[in-house]
Design a protein around this ligand. Structure first.
Ligand code: FMN
Length: 214
């Protein structure tokens, strides 16, 4: 930050608040993609590969990934040394994110317990950040999981973006190489959703620069 004293001392090199703000608003939005299933033999990584590629292809983002299958957080909230070590791996990837894309399958009309556990182990990390939701499943395409997650993230002061991507009959939508048989619809839907996520990511970054949330 530049103070008025800095500006007096070096008027030709000082960064003005408006130019600092312009630089920060043009920087890529740091997105963490959360992969929400951990079942042995899961289909999640196939959808995750497609999704991470879409986020990487988008000009507005810098991407990191958190996979619940690679975190081993207990469902009892006890801060043991093992838990502290696990959190040291995962929490910084959530804390440094300015926005999230959460990938969820549908399990029994909702999202997986492992995803809820990761969410519940954190609080500030979600706060005042936008969340885009991508789902997959059988007949429902995971839409019920998505709607349940909207309620959870509202409680955490996160804002879910309006548009989503969902894969009905997900297993049948990808070929044996893990590529979408027809990417036209999903790619277009991902673009719309990610454009909204970028808008929210930048808007909330600028808002927080002016005034801390809460
Ligand atoms: C325990 C369980 C419950 C499921 N419940 C639903 C469901 O309610 N609706 C649905 O459309 N698909 C349901 N499915 C299908 C899954 O969404 C689908 O198999 C998906 O690939 C699971 O994600 P994963 O392979 O990454 O674990 C269920 C699957 C499992 C294992």
């Amino acid at each position: 930050m530049t103070t008025s004293t800095d500006e007096q001392a070096a008027p030709h090199t000082a960064t003005t608040p408006s130019s600092a703000s312009a630089a920060s608003s043009s920087a890529p939005v740091r997105v963490t993609v959360v992969v929400g299933s951990n079942r042995t033999g899961r289909f999640g990584p196939v959808v995750a590969r497609w999704l991470v590629d879409r986020v990487r292809d988008h000009d507005d983002f810098e991407v990191d990934v958190v996979d619940v299958a690679e975190t081993d957080l207990p469902t009892t909230f006890a801060p043991t040394p093992e838990v502290t070590a696990q959190l040291a791996e995962v929490t910084p990837k959530l804390a440094s994110a300015e926005a999230f894309v959460v990938l969820t399958p549908e399990y029994n009309h909702s999202y997986p317990a492992a995803l809820k556990n990761l969410i519940d182990w954190h609080f500030h990390e979600w706060r005042a950040k936008p969340v885009a939701l991508v789902s997959y499943g059988g007949v429902s395409g995971g839409l019920r999981a998505t709607e349940h997650l909207r309620q959870v993230f509202a409680e955490l002061h996160a804002t879910t973006v309006r548009d989503t991507v969902s894969f009905h009959n997900a297993h049948g939508s990808f070929d044996d190489e893990g590529r979408l048989k027809d990417p036209t619809g999903p790619d277009a839907a991902a673009k719309v959703m990610l454009d909204q996520l970028a808008w929210w990511g930048r808007a909330l970054r600028e808002a927080k620069e002016k005034r801390p949330y809460g």
